[in-house]
Every structure is written in structure tokens, then in C-alpha cells.
Design a protein around this ligand. Structure first.
Ligand SMILES: [Zn+2]
Length: 180
């Protein structure tokens, strides 16, 4: 069995709402996301394909990470769908807006509609508490099917690592599926 891996770095904010200490505050990280892919064999050279001798072109791994993670989450703020802050922020600038977010409607600050649009583009509501562990599982679920699709079902995502800081990493390992 071969494995290959590719990493990307993204900047994103989050908060961990039940955390007893400072992780419940709004803050951000430079996240390093590493996809580890596996295949039983490299691409056969018989047909002279560009990726002959490779598990998968590193460019393909990068493409999947960029499309599924970078393009959606980079320079955004990740909030759990059950986090009350998500509703408060997304209602800002609407008829239901509640103070103190109402200041965002001020034309002097940003223009009447820009603030709302900015908020909608800035916040990504995710179905999990955005800890490194849960993001690893959530992002693995986005990356795995796309990698399979682009590799013609030949390459699987084995694991996804999410480094929240240079010292702290969580991983999600996918169950091994026998290929028939
Ligand atoms: Zn954090």
C-alpha cells in the first residue's frame, strides 16, 4: 500500500462555545490541513499516462483541498449551527436585527447593504462544533468523495490531519474499505 500527502494552509476564525477558557472567544488560526491518500498500486505506465508511476498527482490532491476547503473556508469565520452567535450575526442588518449589531446598518460605516452581504460571505455555518477534531472529520467527508471521483475510484483518502496551531493536531482516519 502506498500513501501520499499534500497540505494547504488557510486562515480562519472560530470559537468553541462550551469551552471553559479562552477558546470560547472569537479568535482565529492559521490551519494546516493535510490530506493523506492511499492506493494499492501506482498508475501503470502501459498507457503512458502523465501520472504513470504515481499514486495520484500531487496537483490533484491540491486541487481537491483547494476546492473543498480553501475556497469555502479561507478567510472566513466558522460557527457551529447551534451557536447562538450564528443567528445573531446573520440577522444583523435585517429587519430582525438586534442591537448591538444594528450599527452595521449605518450608511456612515459601510453602506446599507454591504454589511449584511459582508456578514453572509464572512460566516460559514458548519454542522459541527468547530474544534480541530470535528473539522477533521467534517472536512474529510468533503475531500474523500471528490478524491475518489477525480481518481476514477482508484485512490482513497486515508486520513485528514488538521493542525490548529504548530503544536496541536487532530486527525480523522477513514475506515478501510476493501476494494472488490
Ligand atoms: Zn481556536
Amino acid at each position: 500500500m502506498f500513501t501520499v500527502s499534500r497540505s494547504i494552509d488557510i486562515d480562519a476564525g472560530h470559537r468553541v462555545p462550551f469551552h471553559a477558557s479562552k477558546c470560547r472567544h472569537l479568535h482565529g488560526h492559521r490551519w494546516k490541513v493535510i490530506a493523506i491518500a492511499e492506493a494499492e498500486e501506482t498508475v501503470d505506465s502501459a498507457e503512458g499516462a502523465a501520472d504513470s508511476g504515481m499514486v495520484v498527482d500531487f496537483g490533484v490532491l491540491k486541487q481537491v483541498l483547494m476546492e473543498e476547503i480553501n475556497d469555502v473556508f479561507d478567510h472566513r469565520f466558522l460557527l457551529w449551527q447551534e451557536d447562538p452567535l450564528a443567528e445573531i450575526l446573520l440577522r444583523a442588518g435585517t429587519a430582525e436585527s438586534i442591537p448591538p449589531a444594528a450599527f452595521l446598518e449605518s450608511e456612515e460605516v459601510t453602506g446599507p447593504n454591504l454589511a449584511r452581504q459582508d456578514l453572509e460571505e464572512s460566516i460559514v455555518v458548519v454542522p459541527v462544533i468547530p474544534t480541530a477534531e470535528e473539522l477533521a472529520r467534517y472536512w474529510a467527508g468533503l475531500v474523500a468523495p471528490r478524491l475518489r471521483e477525480l481518481s476514477g475510484d482508484r485512490v482513497s483518502l486515508k486520513r485528514l490531519d488538521v493542525w490548529e496551531t504548530p503544536n496541536s493536531c487532530a486527525s480523522y482516519e477513514l475506515a478501510w474499505e476493501p476494494r472488490l
